[in-house]
Design a protein around this ligand. Sequence first.
Ligand SMILES: CC(C)(COP(=O)(O)OP(=O)(O)OC[C@H]1O[C@@H](n2cnc3c(N)ncnc32)[C@H](O)[C@@H]1OP(=O)(O)O)[C@@H](O)C(=O)NCCC(=O)NCCS
Length: 385
Amino acid sequence: MQKNILPIIKNGVQQRRYAQIIGWGKSLPSKILTNKDLELILDTNDEWIKSRSGINQRHIVGPKESTSTLAIRASKEALKIADISPRSIDLIICATDTPDYLFPATACLIQDALGASKAGAFDIEIGCCGFIYALSIANSYIISGIYQNILVVAAESMSKVIDWSDRSTAVLFGDGAAAVIIQATEKPTGLVSFVLGADGSGADLLIMPGGGSRNPTSIETVENRMHYLKMSGTEVYKFAINAMIKATKEALLKANMTIDEIDLMIPHQANNRIIENAIKSLNIEREKVFLNLEHVGNTSSAAVAIALVEAIESGKIKTGYNIILVAFGAGLSWASAILRWGISPVVPSLPWWKSIQYRYRRLRAKLRSFFKRIRRRIGSLFTLD
Ligand SMILES: CC(C)(COP(=O)(O)OP(=O)(O)OC[C@H]1O[C@@H](n2cnc3c(N)ncnc32)[C@H](O)[C@@H]1OP(=O)(O)O)[C@@H](O)C(=O)NCCC(=O)NCCS
């Protein structure tokens, strides 16, 4: 049974709870598709893609990979860095637009693979803003005292919903995942403020029209290629710049901070030109903005998460840093969050016996899942009265 955690009490005084990131990990498929590769299958060229978007290459899942396999790999990394057992995870939130199935939730597949036997699990689907929305949910569960440890993972296999004959979208997206473990602490760190926004009047501007309850999959929806992502690029472009500026300003206002107090900005990695326009208007120094879209492309909900992990790994984040995350996307939607970094981003090397412990945990999770399936099969042989 899940334990609901009571407020932290010290000397009879209830301490305020904060939610800090204590582990992180990412997973990018090994297959890389460069702009030059795209020239062979589409009427496009490296120069156009680079100059219009800033993207040089993207990672693409292989036939045996899916959103859950990427998410599981990233989550295992995050658990290792956090150095906690999967069984101490209270909740798993997976942000994705490309779940393995319409149902069950991809978060449940992750829960099973990790052996997170005490965790609740659900997906959220809010386009490229998914990771920031999920962080805000995790933050709320933790500061309210409901949960102690939450896994937030954002994962996408965009290549599975891309129309590879549509040059205006195929060149922009890529696959990948990143995960963070968030834990309750008394240290004033974690989310300082966040902003969530939506404007469904622009729903048709970035949409996968087929396969849902509005247009269930049929020969007609497939023939009309409705199971692929459709985007009005120019409209989204205009919306994106304003959304980034507005969401950043609102998060600063809520946190009572100025842009000068921000040490690092991690924007949604969709298009260099959108980012350049927004940062010019926000008056934030270029060196404070982290970019990785050149080698990852737009990985939708996973983009800000992967960039956060890469910023940590490349030494761009230091203890005490104020980091602003900002995203926009399908919905239309936008989100931002100011994150105060609490722990040392330097990962100490693990003692030898830890790797044995991790292997044991993985094996235990596999066996547990296997025997549960067997037990269910045997149970199904006996009819109920
Ligand atoms: C998609 C995007 C890069 C297109 O850039 P743009 O400068 O607006 O380009 P346009 O759509 O006006 O197209 C200009 C020309 O390039 C062509 N073109 C489009 N894609 C092309 C490609 N991959 N290669 C070569 N030419 C291409 C168009 O057909 C058009 O040709 P035309 O003038 O002969 O009609 C840009 O609109 C964009 O980034 N939009 C936001 C997308 C986004 O961020 N989506 C994710 C949200 S989460």
